[in-house]
Design a protein around this ligand. Structure first.
Ligand SMILES: N[C@@H](CCC(=O)N[C@@H](CS)C(=O)NCC(=O)O)C(=O)O
Length: 200
């Protein structure tokens, strides 16, 4: 069976596991701890990053956007619209959501991996400005959401859950439409909730 190497807190892992579930692709989740660079991860991805999807014939697929495209192909376009403009909108939303995860994770790693006296506050402030710009843009016109969703919606739901998990209290009041969007996604798609980022 297809395997997905993941960690429960990782938003990109959440995205691809939700995407696979939504597209009806069966998979086995294999939890890994990136900080100890386990052999099964390193042999699949020399970058030592998750998620990685391992196909039934043992090929490894990364990074997460490569995985969502793979899922879309093997499921006959169950994840992205076929129509060109709609597809571009969905892919752009996924890129924006992933970019949001990138700037959020940079902030977490700055504090986690540097000694306290070496944490560079201007760098953190710059990343938070990026965060705010993305949130303001999305809050102004949140993507339409219904029962029918695509990879872009799923990516945004994963990013919003990671934001809620790691940056609680810093965004919810300022971006109420986005907060409502997150709730609506969760209400409409409870089958995907088990994959959302969570603390362990
Ligand atoms: N662009 C990559 C980002 C993946 C990524 O940064 N994953 C984090 C976990 S959320 C990771 O593996 N970090 C461990 C490391 O960088 O060593 C993707 O979309 O898959």
């Amino acid at each position: 069976m297809i395997q997905i190497l993941y960690s429960p807190t990782s938003p990109y892992s959440a995205k691809v596991r939700m995407a696979a579930k939504h597209a009806g692709l069966e998979f086995e989740s294999v939890m890994v701890n990136t900080s100890v660079a386990p052999e099964n991860l390193i042999s699949a991805n020399p970058l030592g990053k998750i998620p990685v999807l391992i196909t039934v014939d043992g090929q490894s697929v990364f990074d997460s956007r490569c995985i969502t495209q793979y899922i879309n192909r093997v499921t006959g376009s169950k994840l992205f619209p076929r129509q060109s403009e709609k597809r571009l909108d969905a892919e752009k939303l996924e890129a924006l959501a992933d970019g949001l995860c990138d700037v959020l994770i940079t902030q977490i790693y700055e504090r986690r991996f540097r000694p306290e006296e070496k944490v560079h506050i201007p760098w953190l402030e710059k990343q938070w400005e990026k965060t705010e710009r993305v949130l303001a843009m999305l809050d102004e016109t949140p993507p339409r959401i219904g029962k029918r969703i695509h990879g872009g919606h799923i990516a945004l739901a994963a990013a919003m859950s990671y934001l809620a998990l790691r940056f609680e209290g810093r965004w919810e009041k300022k971006y109420p439409k986005l907060k409502r969007w997150q709730k609506r996604f969760n209400d409409l798609h409870p089958d995907l909730a088990e994959f959302l980022p969570r603390a362990v």
